[in-house]
Design a protein around this ligand. Structure first.
Ligand code: AMP
Ligand code: GLY
Length: 422
């Protein structure tokens, strides 16, 4: 089979490494991939958002199966375009991807179908949003409606901060058209859990839970990032919580999307907060998480390509999806300055013994050497019998990898370890 994976980050590297385990995967193309992915797939320099060029490439190269990993091409309708020329895909179509593409849509969906989430209001008029904020209890959360590289959420400690968030999103258009509408919602408290799931619109199979670490610095300080590290499983996702999520969130969401004629097929990501009133949805993503995928897929014992094609062919209930009960920790190594301004082009050294554990996100290859080209440069993920050991191994590898100005958090998994001890 000729497989095409659209995207070029650590998540795509994890997906490709797993797909490669299936001998049917003769050729795997990555569009655009990156310098690290180039060791595991054939990279083609086409941007993940260049829908026209991707469709042309897929047709010309007689691609048998496509995996569309990032949010933008999914929301733009790449799956619809590929299916229109007869290429089966893993990933939701445009109508279903709106569950991530519009926060206003997802909030209305949850309200209509009684799925637990933070209480909210939606505004397309800045003056009305500002007037609402004047009476809101704080902290309050202000979110741009559309995609904003994970940066469109502002947790305002007081009303002044909330007002300036509304002005920068709606007035200054900090996130462009994504800020034509805002969602203003209640601030929730509790541990966060990420649950990725496979679904074909009929069956939903949650994968092992995970925990992301979104802030740039130790102790959850610093700016929000795309994610500085992950662990799996997440100790706050107990069997009781899992059962409640299945009944009140996962199945109702799948049914709601069907009822709206927006059947979701692919990986549906539930961003949850375990509040004192039970689990609530913080956000839906229409794709695998990054860097959640790097800790979840290493635990998948079943064949990823078989599971993905079963999703596409709507026969997920017929395949076994099994996970190992081990633990994984992933530590991200980033460029100095990320998530703000940073320099690129530094040589990365990865010792041979760590290579298998590395998922490259932002690097280019030149003359057999890797050079930094992004904010999050790579992740090191290690599997072990328990979380403590997984963290020890991941950090031991991470310490051996370096490039000028690199930094990482040193407390990935600390909260999870503490929760396990209690
Ligand atoms: P999102 O882009 O929706 O995942 O939001 C980014 C982060 O903001 C989440 O991972 C949470 O940590 C935080 N967040 C979002 N919504 C809320 C909320 N209603 N209450 C508290 N924290 C929130
Ligand atoms: N790590 C969070 C996300 O992928 O959205």
């Amino acid at each position: 089979m000729k497989i095409m994976v659209v995207g070029g980050g650590g998540r795509e590297h994890a997906i490709i490494k797993k797909l490669k385990e299936n001998p049917k995967a003769e050729t795997i193309y990555a569009l655009p991939g990156n310098g690290g992915i180039a060791r595991d797939a054939l990279c083609v320099p086409i941007k993940a958002t260049d829908i026209e060029a991707i469709v042309k490439f897929a047709a010309e190269n007689r691609i048998d199966y496509a995996v569309v990993a990032p949010d933008d091409p999914l929301v733009m309708g790449l799956v619809d375009e590929l299916e229109a020329i007869g290429i089966p895909c893993f990933g939701p179509n445009r109508r279903a991807a709106v569950i991530e593409g519009s926060k206003a849509f997802s909030k209305e969906l949850m309200k209509k179908y009684g799925i637990p989430t933070a209480v909210y209001e939606i505004f397309d008029d800045m003056e009305k949003a500002l007037a609402f904020v004047d009476h809101a209890s704080v902290p309050v959360v202000v979110k741009a409606d559309g995609l904003a590289l994970g940066k469109g959420v502002i947790i305002a400690a007081d009303r002044e901060e909330a007002r300036s968030a509304v002005r920068s999103i709606m007035g200054d258009k900090l996130f462009g058209k994504s800020g034509d509408k805002v969602v203003i919602e209640e601030y929730l408290e509790g541990p966060e859990v990420s649950v990725l799931s496979f679904t074909d619109g009929k069956t939903v199979v949650p994968m092992v839970s995970s925990m992301d670490h979104k802030r740039a610095l130790d102790g959850d300080r610093g700016l929000n990032t795309g994610g500085m590290g992950t662990v799996a499983p997440n100790p706050y996702y107990t069997p009781e919580v899992a059962a409640e999520c299945m009944e009140k969130i996962f199945l109702p969401t799948i049914r709601a999307m069907n009822a709206e004629d927006r059947t979701f097929k692919g990986c549906l990501y539930f961003g949850l907060m375990i509040t004192k009133d039970g689990p609530k949805v913080i956000e839906y993503n229409c794709r695998f998480g990054d860097p959640e995928t790097q800790v979840v897929l290493p635990l998948l014992k079943s064949d990823l390509l078989d599971v993905m094609t079963a999703v596409t062919e709507e026969r997920l209930s017929e395949v076994k999806v099994e996970f190992s009960d081990e633990s994984v920790a992933c530590v991200i190594i980033a460029s100095g300055g990320y998530p703000q301004k940073y320099e690129k082009g530094f040589e990365i050294t990865i010792p041979e013994e760590a290579a298998d554990a590395v998922y490259v996100a932002g690097a280019v290859e030149k003359d057999g050497k890797l050079y930094t080209s992004g904010g999050r440069v790579l992740g090191v993920a290690r599997v072990a019998g328990d979380l403590k050991e997984a963290l020890r191994l991941a950090y031991a590898d991470a310490e051996k990898i370096s490039f000028e100005g690199s930094f990482m958090r040193h407390d990935i998994g600390a909260r999870a370890l503490k929760a396990l001890e209690n």
